[in-house]
Design a binder for this molecule. Sequence first.
Ligand code: GLN
Length: 269
Amino acid sequence: MKKNFAALALAVAMAATLAGCSSSATETEAPETENTEAEAEAAGDSAFAGQTLIMATNAEFPPYEYHDGNEIVGIDVDIARAICEEMGAELEITDIAFDSIIPEIQADKADFGAAGMTVTEDRQSQVDFSDTYATGVQSVIVPEGSEIQTIEDLSGKLIGVQQGTTGDIYASDDFGDENVQRFPKGADAVQALVNGKIDAVIIDNKPAQVFVSENEGLVILETAYAEEEYAIAVKKGNTELLDAINASIASLKESGTLDEIVAKYVTAE
Ligand code: GLN
């Protein structure tokens, strides 16, 4: 029943290196002619220099992307900003429903999707994914004192999920459509749980921790439901952008910037 993905060990190792930095990477101001080869490489050959890249996301997924006043902030936003800075590109963010992100990329309305998006086989047939930059764990939230103590206990219970997420897909597969209630936002599912309308919520661990800390009387089961990897999505066949994103991710990992970005948003657990 549990989903274990092949690259789990690797992903866990990666997640461990994933703690945070400020997003303000140095801009490549030097005129093109003065660029060293190393700089050009770091800037993904600068193929996107001067361009504006549109990132599609769903800013309801703290700490990866969420609203802070009028601003959209979070780990993915800082990573995307750092990637764009490395490329010398401008970043524009479009905040849409989670399950619209892939169609938006396919329709060329967004250049890439960064939304704590899990790499799945089905999605891989629709978009191309970058190298992974974080690990996610599908967690189960229940009210304190719930009789649900294991994944198996979810059988026959009403499970809340965010529509179109892997939590939705797995829960529907494992426990049946009729036992799954879909909400536009994870926070709405958590609210329904607080109000006793559903028995549990399945959602990624980091937002789960945020939602539990914001609501009294909820706990996260110790047993994880599924382990997964997050990556950035681009249109199928857009290797130029994918290569540039991968080059940036590698350099952000190597410089420690990726770790610093995560540390900025994830305080000691
Ligand atoms: N990681 C989950 C998925 O890819 C949820 C992502 C999200 O809600 N932003 O489906």
